[in-house]
Write a protein that binds this ligand. Structure first.
Ligand SMILES: [Zn+2]
Length: 410
């Protein structure tokens, strides 16, 4: 269904939106504007009016009756790996039985399995398998969703993944943000310097020229890319107009956060191994700290120091990290609910982390609030109390996700 040019959402019992402008941090983090008995008017995908019941007088092509329930900004998922082939169910079962990740890798499981299974799928198959994942994410409240490549390992498969994201974006009502992820370096160390030069000189410019990604991401880790390699890739990407993120401090704090802060990338994501120095660096920067409760739950690893990041004044956001290996989580609503339990965020902090702060992690400033001039993306809950969005573990807490281009009634 096409978004009506003029839409009115009336009879909103409680309207909740992050207060202020821009991302929230420090003493402001978790500050909400809560209003009762209001209506919201939209024109061409932008909020043009927020006011008391009966205050909009310019008419509408379509009116939605919120029936006294709560309405929030739609959730923003700043970190997913949505397009992949195959599954990791054998790995999952083996790990539950106590097998080590090294043993799983040794018999051909792990990320190399996903890379092989992705490489043998054509673009049509990648689109067809990603579409139901995307539908699930929108039903669970997300309207802006970042999608990374990174299971290619070679240029052709990476490009195929990103073309699949572009087709999904064209076909679907959600707003997708394509990111080119440098995930797994070439296995042969002797080839590495040549590979890096090729990536910077040929591959990144080609991706930018085809507009297949708006950002890049680099996995900075002992077994992945070094700080120097990440610096070269981010510098090359920026020269072609692409923004940047880093997967940093997932297992070892080898300087990824420090590099991200120095370069001023949009976000550094994971941070499970971050310590006091990394917390202080992020607190003094505008780079967003994206934390991933699905990974914390699924892998059972110690969490990122989220409360310390918040208390020090870093900008903290939540993502699902939806991927087959470490976080098969298809719901930003559940990511919020998990962040409250696993990271001791308040419901209001979790909402801010999943809306304006997650938008800031993507470099977006008009997304994640319900104020005049904002991108019109809303969630109507089944409940009259907005806190249900951070409370429910399963169930159908989301009644509708209204994306910018269409209205989905789930
Ligand atoms: Zn990830």
């Amino acid at each position: 269904m096409t978004y009506p040019a003029h839409l009115l959402v009336r009879n909103i019992g409680t309207l909740v939106s992050p207060a202020g402008a821009g991302a929230q941090r420090g003493a402001d983090f978790g500050r909400l504007d809560v209003r009762h008995d209001v209506e919201v008017a939209v024109r061409q995908g932008e909020v043009v009016h927020v006011g008391p019941a009966g205050s909009w007088r310019d008419g509408a092509d379509r009116t939605i009756d919120a029936a006294g329930r709560a309405m929030l900004p739609a959730l923003v998922d700043p970190h997913t790996h949505l397009v992949w082939g195959g599954d990791r169910l054998d790995d999952f079962e083996a790990r539950v039985r106590g097998e080590s990740y090294e043993a799983i890798l040794a018999r051909g499981g792990g990320i190399r399995h996903t890379m092989r299974e992705t490489a043998i799928r054509d673009e049509d198959e990648l689109v067809a398998t990603a579409l139901p994942r995307l539908e699930a994410m929108v039903r669970a409240g997300a309207a802006t969703i970042e999608c990374k490549s990174g299971y290619g390992g070679d240029v052709d498969v990476e490009r195929r993944q990103l073309r699949a994201v572009r087709r999904l974006a064209a076909a679907h009502r959600a707003e997708l943000v394509p990111t080119m992820l440098f995930h797994v370096p070439p296995g042969d160390a002797a080839l590495r310097a040549g590979w890096l030069e090729h990536a910077c000189r040929d591959f990144i410019p080609a991706i930018a020229a085809e507009s297949l990604a708006i950002d890049i991401d680099v996995f900075v880790e002992r077994e992945a890319f070094t700080v120097d390699e990440a610096r070269a890739l981010v510098t090359a990407a920026r020269a072609h107009g692409l923004g940047a993120h880093l997967h940093a401090d997932q297992f070892h704090a080898i300087g990824g956060v420090e590099l991200g802060v120095e370069l001023g990338v949009h976000s550094v994501d994971h941070l499970e191994a971050s310590g006091a120095a990394q917390v202080a660096a992020l607190a003094a920067s505008r780079t967003v700290a994206v934390v991933l409760p699905g990974v914390t739950l699924h892998l059972g690893l110690p969490p990122a120091p989220v409360r310390a990041l918040v208390d020090a004044g870093a900008i903290v956001a939540i993502g699902t990290d939806c991927n087959p290996g470490s976080s098969p989580l298809f719901s930003m609503q559940l990511a919020m609910a998990l962040a409250v339990r696993l990271y001791r965020l308040t419901p209001a902090e979790a909402l801010v982390a999943a809306t304006v702060n997650a938008a800031a992690a993507l470099g977006f400033s008009r997304t994640g609030r319900i104020v005049e001039g904002a991108v019109a993306q809303f969630v109507i809950l089944e409940s009259r109390d907005w806190r249900d969005v951070a409370y429910a573990l399963g169930g159908d807490v989301i009644a509708s996700t209204l994306t910018r281009t269409a209205v989905s009634d789930s």
